[in-house]
Design a protein around this ligand. Structure first.
Ligand SMILES: NC(=O)c1ccc[n+]([C@@H]2O[C@H](COP(=O)([O-])OP(=O)(O)OC[C@H]3O[C@@H](n4cnc5c(N)ncnc54)[C@H](OP(=O)(O)O)[C@@H]3O)[C@@H](O)[C@H]2O)c1
Length: 156
């Protein structure tokens, strides 16, 4: 393929992408943003990792609003308790709970899985939301008794 025809092909791809974006924007402007409507999901169980903040929090709250049993997996107990209280209050769904899980520690993940299994609940939705590159050092609780150094652990 000559450089000219390669450039032409690339331009064509960009043109189609740009046309799609413009079409979507126009559709939004004309009709407004229509939120997808999901039917209520009682009896369903969801785990949302990192459900104490950002996208995870919004996801956990939305799933709770649909009536799901939502388990927030995270590594910040105190923050999580407040988040669980708020979601329960806002969604009127009592089946929202927090289970400790530090995604930077395999040991913590295994413990989380054991705790979840002991609940004898099915799992319908798993939202793997926690970024894997954000924190590489496990928290002291997950690493105890091996880690207690403030120089390597951001939670000490
Ligand atoms: N925001 C964006 O524009 C964007 C764009 C593209 C992709 N994403 C992806 O979407 C995901 C969520 O992004 P976000 O902006 O909502 O992130 P965020 O606001 O920083 O929230 C991250 C959540 O993960 C928790 N977390 C962090 N490290 C953890 C660990 N080791 N164990 C357990 N929980 C941990 C945090 O807990 P604490 O709050 O208690 O620390 C928090 O609840 C990420 O994977 C990100 O890469 C985001």
């Amino acid at each position: 393929m000559s450089p000219l025809s390669a450039a032409r092909a690339a331009l064509r791809v960009y043109a189609v992408g740009a046309a799609l974006i413009v079409a979507q924007l126009l559709r939004r402007c004309v009709r407004g943003f229509v939120e997808p409507v999901f039917s209520p999901q009682p009896e369903r169980v969801a785990i949302v990792t990192g459900g104490t903040d950002g996208i995870g929090y919004s996801t956990a709250k939305y799933l709770a609003k649909l009536g799901m049993h939502v388990i927030i997996a995270g590594n910040n107990d105190s923050k999580a308790q407040e988040v669980v209280r708020r979601i329960k209050e806002d969604t009127l769904n009592d089946q929202v709970e927090f289970l400790y899980c530090d995604l930077a520690s395999m040991r913590s993940i295994r413990e989380f899985v054991q705790t979840f299994k002991m609940k004898k609940l099915p799992l319908h939705v798993l939202v793997n939301n926690v970024p894997t590159t954000q924190r590489t050092q496990p928290t002291p609780r997950a690493s105890w008794p091996w880690c207690c150094s403030p120089t390597i652990c951001r939670r000490c």
